[in-house]
Design a protein around this ligand. Structure first.
Ligand code: FAD
Length: 467
């Protein structure tokens, strides 16, 4: 047993420091397609030295301090559903598994707040709140396989974001352990002019700036009325304009998803019409507001000469929306694929769509280039591209994968979009981050990291671009 393993076992208890092969192997990486490919091609990244499972914030602080003292790198792990390579261990690193920190600390029905330890499974958290007639209102597709701390660490978005906001809008306070072991609690009161908002150092920090130990969410009362609408969208830019008009008029259907023709056919085979796309919406809230929103959207749709589609498409999406696909079948068939989400202002989004789809199609051996939008704002929209390719040689799969990402990242940046909407940065996107932050922003991020974590021990290799 190495020194650090012994010291961790002495600081916590022996059964909280796991060194068996199965546990270490199961937490070697997250859901990143490239790590799955590496496993498939017998090129696995090594297991961590050990897996530590703290129960309390104080124990997290003790672990962090010990790692700092011994110069040991530490990788925080929620539930491993990240898709950008935020978790990828090496043999000399300690993996900090938040899986035993799952308590609901408090539910405050007067102030509409709920607090969970960071390792709580997202769907379990939502169900516990729902039992009392509330909702957190944050529904990533991965809700059943992600942790509430992971949502904060990756700056996640849920499917109902257009009305409920993204995680930064839903979070109230964050408790965290900084890389020197200090415990902090950021955010207090419904709003504060108390200097820079320190929550944002942790939101999207992906384990590089500290360990999130506890999160308090704002919660919502259950909606009084829910309604569904759907429209055929023959012309993609017209669909974007329709969404813009709805949002800029002040309406907020929590779910607005516009699929291009290829994705419409794939997702809604029974409701799709010819070769055209579709927009589906969910409306919810107080009855009078939902009724007013439905009437207003109907009027805008008439002005845009849009044809209503069968709302069975919305029910179908609701039924299937939290499906978590496995990559294995694709890899077995020599197919490499991924989904890449970006965003852009309204006046750029159409060009981003055209440029990225064209860039994927230009690549050899591509099987799919398609997209949908799923998060709308008064100022712009996200797009979620899917690319898939089958190279002639399986040895070229990683090359094709990297080229697919490069094509979308560069097309987006060239058209003035933002290269990351909600999956975070991890390893796959870190060398494209400068497109969003600029050289000055990268410099500031490096300075912040160096000040907090001078020895670069907290999740090294993630978020910051290669030197
Ligand atoms: C099928 C599928 C669908 C998805 N759909 C969505 C979606 O709709 N919206 C969306 O936003 N994302 C989505 N994701 C991505 C992923 O689920 C999110 O990024 C999620 O927030 C990760 O949570 P996790 O607990 O699994 O984190 P992990 O994968 O364990 O970790 C992710 C990163 O955060 C760090 N981290 C985790 N916990 C902590 C902590 N407590 N303190 C500090 N750092 C920590 C890790 O070191 C790592 O860098 C999807 C993923 C899959 C596989």
């Amino acid at each position: 047993m190495t020194d650090i393993v012994k010291q961790l076992a002495a600081a916590l208890s022996a059964d909280q420091v796991l060194t068996d092969d199965a546990t270490r192997d199961s937490r070697r990486h997250d859901y990143w397609m490239r790590s799955w490919l590496a496993d498939h091609q017998d090129n696995k990244n090594p297991s961590p030295l050990c897996v530590v499972q703290p129960h309390t914030t104080q124990e997290v602080s003790d672990v962090v301090k010990l790692c700092r003292k011994t110069g040991t790198a530490l990788v925080p792990f929620g539930l491993g559903s990240g898709v950008c390579g935020g978790v990828q261990t090496s043999a000399d690193q300690v993996l900090l598994d938040m899986g035993k920190m799952t308590n609901m600390v408090s539910l405050d029905e007067t102030n509409l707040l709920v607090t969970f330890q960071a390792g709580r499974n997202g769907l379990e958290a939502e169900n516990m709140v729902a039992e009392k007639g509330f909702t957190i209102g944050h529904w990533p597709q991965s809700i059943a396989v992600s942790s509430v701390g992971g949502w904060v660490a990756t700056r996640a978005s849920g499917q109902f974001s257009t009305a409920n906001g993204n995680i930064e809008d839903i979070i109230y306070t964050i408790e965290a352990v900084l890389p020197d072991g200090t415990i902090i609690n950021t955010g207090k009161g419904p709003r504060a002019a108390a200097g820079p908002d320190l929550r944002h150092i942790l939101l999207g920090s992906e384990g590089t700036m500290g360990v999130i130990t506890q999160v308090t969410f704002k919660i919502l009362r259950k909606a009084e009325k829910v309604a569904h609408t759907a429209y055929h969208i023959a012309d993609i830019p017209k669909g974007f304009d329709f969404q813009r008009e709805i949002l800029q008029s002040g309406w907020r259907p929590p779910v607005m998803r516009q699929y291009d023709a290829l994705e419409t056919k794939r997702n809604f085979p029974d409701q799709a019409k010819d070769d055209v796309g579709m927009l589906i919406m969910v409306h919810e809230g107080p009855t009078s507001r939902v009724d007013a929103e439905l009437a207003a959207i109907q009027k805008i749709a008439t002005e845009y000469s849009l044809e209503e589609a069968d709302t069975e498409a919305v029910s179908r999406w609701l039924d299937q929306r939290n499906h978590v696909p496995t990559w294995t079948e694709f890899l077995d068939n020599g197919i490499i694929l991924d989904t890449v989400e970006i965003s852009a202002n309204w006046d750029r989004i159409g060009d981003v769509y055209d440029a990225a789809i064209a860039a994927i199609k230009e690549m050899p051996n591509m099987l799919n280039a398609s997209a949908h939008s799923s998060h709308g704002y008064a100022n712009g929209l996200n797009l979620y591209f899917t690319f898939a390719g089958r190279p002639e040689e399986s040895a070229d799969m990683a090359k094709v994968y990297d080229a697919g990402w490069k094509a979308i990242m560069e097309a987006t940046a060239a058209q003035g979009g933002s290269v990351a909407h909600h999956h975070g940065i991890g390893r796959v996107r870190k060398n494209y981050l400068e497109h969003d932050l600029g050289a000055g922003g990268i410099g500031l991020l490096r300075a912040l990291k160096a000040a907090l974590d001078p020895d670069n021990l907290m999740n090294p290799g993630v978020l910051l671009p290669d030197a």
